[in-house]
Design a protein around this ligand. Sequence first.
Ligand SMILES: [Zn+2]
Length: 146
Amino acid sequence: MSEDKEAPEPETEATLLKMLNELKNLTKSGWELSLSWRPGARRIERIGGVNYALNGEVTPNNVIIIYVKDFKEAKAVLMHEFLEHIIKREFSEPYILLSQMVSQAYEDIIYFRQENIIDALTILLSKLPRKKKLERLHIIEEVEEK
Ligand SMILES: [Zn+2]
């Protein structure tokens, strides 16, 4: 006899939705997410030359779609997709953005060093008289801000 044993939850989309709302409240995030359980539907995705049937995914308009039939598995897929969405949004995307900004800044530095060397080589090879202040010979012109 066990008094803490709850009645089994109905294996419905509504139960999954309840779980999604619990996840939102617990993590204070993912408010934009909704859910659709489509047991038995299949979506094939080609990753690295291999076809994979997805168990679930989050669409670009923030719907978690769950494809597995088994309810226990559906709950696990919901958890997976929820966490993946949150981690992506909170961690990966800002990090990717940051690394893009850093690499852009690095490219800019490289570009100016390259320009300087090319200018110097051009002067050397063409034996142009060295200007008092070396101006860039390429497309870059500094624009004065007013
Ligand atoms: Zn995943």
